[in-house]
Write a protein that binds this ligand. Structure first.
Ligand code: KIV
Length: 271
């Protein structure tokens, strides 16, 4: 029997149950009320208010510029729309790497001011103290390993991570550390599927993949990529379920044409 079909409210415990029963977890990003309402009503398990908002909503070329106040604005808009999904919010770059006290204040602001259910942080051992402090305050934390876009200037590129032995070993160690620290789940981004499957099998908490193959417990995509609103971003792992760019462009062109031709509004569309 599917856990997903019968659940009225997804919690971290529900995700654990899904892992135990072998039911895959479906996660998508959202950054605004209207989109969050549609995907919540479609039955998505987890909504991530990702710092990818920096790229797809604000037009920056990395996730680094988005601020805590901006993340809070996006997250509170999403939470107002959601009835069923678990809402996880990315802690933005610079808001938790400094020290664990600052990290806790960031997480508390997110929980208090947005009503979200959990936060997500990038990194392993380097951020462990902050992860532990936040969890000890009763705030659920999702980890994020592999390609961690907030470290783009360290990596220098968005290519697949942990292909070499040393990085793969560190990733496996970090995953265990995050689980032992109390993380309820981990995202693995853009790593070899064999490694992702190994990590998934070694953990009791759910592992959500993006570009990490099919052996993980669930999948996440950025909604603008999955709906085909973004055009230029085409990594191998991305499956586009629609070409919304063309749909929106076509509708806009039709609207412009109707106005120019004096066909909108017609008799029935006025008072
Ligand atoms: O910010 C984001 O959208 C993310 C996902 C790609 C996992 O972190």
């Amino acid at each position: 029997m599917s856990v997903h079909k019968n659940i009225k409210k997804v919690t971290t415990h529900v995700l654990n149950e899904m892992k135990l029963k072998g039911e895959k977890i479906a996660m998508l990003t959202a950054y605004d009320y209207s989109m969050a309402k549609i995907i919540d009503q479609s039955g998505i398990d987890v909504i991530l208010v990702g710092d990818s908002a920096s790229n797809v909503m604000a037009g920056y070329d990395s996730t680094l510029p988005i601020t805590l106040n901006e993340m809070i604005y996006h997250a509170s808009s999403v939470v107002r729309a959601v009835k069923r999904s678990l809402v996880v919010v990315d802690m933005p770059f610079g808001s938790y790497q400094g020290n664990s006290k600052e990290a806790l204040s960031t997480a508390i602001r997110i929980m208090k001011e947005t009503g979200a259910h959990a936060v997500k942080m990038e990194g392993g051992e380097e951020v462990l103290e902050s992860v532990k402090r936040i969890i000890s305050a009763g705030i659920p934390v999702m980890g994020h390993l592999g390609l961690t876009p907030q470290s783009i200037h360290k990596f220098g590129t968005y290519v697949v991570r942990a292909r070499d032995e040393a990085e793969a070993e560190k990733l496996k160690k970090d995953a265990i550390l995050l689980q032992n620290a109390g993380c309820f789940s981990i995202v693995l981004e853009k790593i070899p599927s064999k490694l992702a499957t190994q990590v998934t099998n070694s953990l009791s908490i759910p592992v959500i993949g993006i570009g990490a193959g099919a052996g993980v417990d669930g999948q996440v995509l950025v909604i603008h990529d999955m709906l085909g609103i973004t055009q230029e971003f085409s990594p191998r792992f991305l499956r586009r379920y629609h070409n919304l760019y063309q749909e929106i462009k076509g509708a806009t062109e039709a609207y412009i044409k109707d106005i120019k031709n004096r066909e909108f509004p017609n008799e029935k569309e006025q008072y």
